[in-house]
Ligand binder design. Sequence first.
Ligand code: AMP
Ligand code: MG
Length: 428
Amino acid sequence: VRLPLAAALHHTLVKPIVAGAPQPPFAASTRDGYAVATADGPGTWPVVARLAAGAAGPPPPLDRGTVAYITTGAAVPAGADAVVMVEDVDFVFGADDDAAAAAAAAGGGGAGRAAGGRGGSADATVTAVVVKTPLAPGTHIRPVGSDVAAGEVLVPVGARLTPAAIGVAAAAGVTAVTVTRMPVVGVLSTGNELTDAGGGGGGGGGGVGADDSPPPPAAAVLDANRPTLLASLAAVTPACSSAAAPAATAAGSGGVIDYGIVRDEADAVAAAVATARDAVDVLITSGGVSMGDADHVKPALAAAGTILWGRVAIKPGKPLTAATLGRRGGPRPSSPADDGRPTQVAVGLPGNPASAFVGFHLVVRSAIDVLSGGDGAGLPRVDVTVGSGAGRGVARDRGRLELVRATVAWRDGGCGGGGGGGGNSRAA
Ligand code: AMP
Ligand code: MG
């Protein structure tokens, strides 16, 4: 899709961003000072012009034996080949401003301009400066194209647009870019025991020094997974953090749809999956994916698409299920990645909050990455040295990848792991 540059953060480039013009487009001063001809050498030279950044058109050429006051970023005039810093010259002041202006207006056959440049003292006009040492040609000048040559690839195909890349593109005059769509992600929880935790402020009250919450209704379990998953989406894929507005979705900007809590009833789960199937690229469910008679997610995914796998040899996370979904109306005209990969996937995460959290990071974030044009690399891997005590007492389950909680800290340039163990179902 083609998006305005400002809307393309995090999207993956389908076409490279190429510089249409050199940067800088003109030789520019990198200092506040005086433009000089190095061939003039040291001496006392009259200041004949004031050249400020942003002046329209190229500056008038500089005559030999004269200098021009110049600000950082201003175009260096023809005839000048170096800039001497304002700190490195001595000043010659006019008798007073009126006299200096009168003298300049009188012209005397020279450049005929009022001298620019203010010295350090009072308001007296600098009429000439003393250049004390010879300068090498090019001193304090950024040549044309020294940052970027015309035609240079600024951001390559396949790169994700970072804030810095957006800055580079904007500086090159780019206002729209061709990028992959971001997926629309749907999230739902299943479970008759679940109550919406809300989380929208209010409530609570009275806690001293802590954000206490009112006790949930007896026998209810507050829905922890949806808030966790929605927040994880915001952290991992910021473009998938806002509620999916239809216009933004149509434009390919991605977004999130919160399908709430669905009861453990075959029809309710099937209806929710069918609804989501028509709106999302990735559906994330939690709970109801095991083999109990209240677990309706697997049959619903099988009815709406094709199960890829129904269990994984990972602890926690055994019943984690993945499926492709087929939209009732057939595939979308513009899929995020037109390369034959399935464009719609569903991941049924186990309800245990720790399992759901782990499953999101092991499976869902890679799926979202692939669907938004990335390589699906997922979480970064680091080698750690396991500290004393850590990892002991963890009963190994042979034949399964076992994931344990750990605290990792940088120490002496490496990663050290500690803590670990713990079999509760909290996600952190
Ligand atoms: P399930 O995978 O549906 O069998 O659920 C496994 C365990 O996780 C049960 O104790 C559920 O109550 C709990 N659980 C399921 N979904 C959630 C959720 N969204 N938030 C918190 N706990 C949950
Ligand atoms: Mg359940």
